[in-house]
Design a binder for this molecule. Structure first.
Ligand SMILES: Cc1ncc(COP(=O)(O)O)c(C=O)c1O
Length: 380
């Protein structure tokens, strides 16, 4: 196997500890359904799924049937729930994979019914109710029509109603999210009155799960925080204000590379494309074999730092496609082959995904999911 020069180390222990924290929070009766879509939020789809399964998760949320098929082939035995689009043409695959899924149109319900015919299976469907995010889903009247339509289909069971919050994590003012929760609960009650008294409720993401026990209902779809990251500073502030017993989250991902070359650049010379950095003194530069192709955002040019031998080394010049230059003038003894931490701990210092997000002008969600799939994920 050819050695890779940039890789991610994923702590299985951290992933499992986070699941244990959420189990403590939601109790035994609520289905704990960590979200492994987007390559397990960049942690590796199969790796994350296996760790969550071993830690006692009940269900795994995937985005699509392709992700479900990868987990199926990897032998992951937990029930899989598809939260993104399944087309009517994919109904046979959905039945074959035995997934539950989100639906919001009768064409898909009919296709699932036809695909399940004769198999003895009933596809469990979570009807997606629109409550104010205006993304995926339908309003209550249409949802009611779908429930009535599904009543005549033997291959489909409307098992739950689902929705997704628009604005829990971006604010400490939760009036809008609370209105969504109220709209959802009223919708759930109305749909139960359509002859489905056991209809389940499925609404909470990480932030809602952390902040509101009343949003747990029957299943929580915890994404970012299952990987040990807070959804936002606002969520951390809200949780600190409302919890006496604060949630302990353990970031599971470290992203590393190694020094490719060290050189002294004389004072007054330029570094990298566009000559955006000019040295003011003789500068020791380490060249790193990682770049925006790997997901190290070009926005971090001249902005970020990495850790070498436990010390900070500032990015100098532009991040290139496959290389980055960092200033190691103040880090003694750096040599080719030294380990470099792009995200994670080194010595008594750390670079967090949140810091990287700040430098890159984005959020921690995007930072870890954007680490290229070609970067190996190694379980530690
Ligand atoms: C439908 C759905 N459910 C759950 C989640 C998990 O959200 P979070 O990562 O904020 O917990 C997401 C994330 O994008 C989502 O799209």
């Amino acid at each position: 196997m050819v050695q890779r020069l940039t890789w991610c180390e994923i702590s299985r222990g951290a992933l499992q500890a986070n699941i244990a924290e959420f189990r403590r929070l939601v109790g035994p009766a609520c289905l704990l359904a960590p979200t492994v879509k987007a390559n397990g939020y960049g942690h590796g789809l199969v790796l994350a799924a296996r760790a969550f399964a071993e830690a006692g998760a009940d269900v795994l949320c995937v985005n699509d049937l392709w992700e479900a098929s990868v987990l199926h082939e990897a032998g992951v035995a937990l029930p899989l729930h598809v939260v993104g689009r399944v087309t009517p043409e994919q109904a046979g695959e959905a039945v074959g994979l035995g997934v539950s899924l989100v639906a919001y149109d009768s064409d898909l319900l009919d296709a699932l019914d036809a695909a399940a015919a004769g198999s003895g299976r009933r596809v469990r469907v979570h009807l997606k109710l629109e409550t104010g995010t205006n993304r995926q889903g339908v309003g209550l009247d249409e949802a009611r029509q779908l429930v009535r339509h599904a009543a005549g289909l033997s291959g489909v069971a409307i098992a739950a109603v689902a929705t997704h919050f628009a604005d829990v994590e971006d604010t400490t003012d939760h009036a809008y999210a609370r209105q969504q929760l109220a709209t959802f609960k009223a919708g759930l009650a109305a749909l139960r009155d359509e002859g489905l008294p056991d209809l389940k409720g499925d609404i909470a993401n990480s932030a809602a799960t952390i902040l509101w026990p009343e949003a747990h209902l029957d299943m929580v779809r915890v994404g970012i925080s299952a990987y040990g990251m807070w959804p936002s500073n606002e969520t951390l502030v809200s949780a600190t204000l409302t919890h006496r017993d604060r949630l302990l989250l353990r970031p599971a991902l470290a992203w590393k590379t190694q020094v490719a070359q060290v050189k002294t650049v004389p004072a007054g010379e330029y570094i990298g494309y566009g000559r955006t950095h000019r040295t003011t003194h003789d500068t020791r530069i380490a060249v790193l074999p990682v770049g925006y192709y790997d997901g190290y955002d070009r926005g971090m040019s001249n902005a970020a730092y990495v850790l070498v031998r436990g010390m900070r080394a500032q990015v100098r010049g532009r991040v290139c496609m496959n290389m980055v230059m960092v200033d190691v003038s103040d880090v003694p003894g750096v040599a080719a082959g030294d380990e470099v931490v792009l995200i994670g701990r080194s010595g008594d210092d750390a670079v967090t995904a949140e810091q990287v997000a700040m430098w890159a002008g984005t959020i921690n969600y995007e930072v870890t999911t954007r680490i290229a799939e070609s970067v190996p994920r190694v379980a530690v």
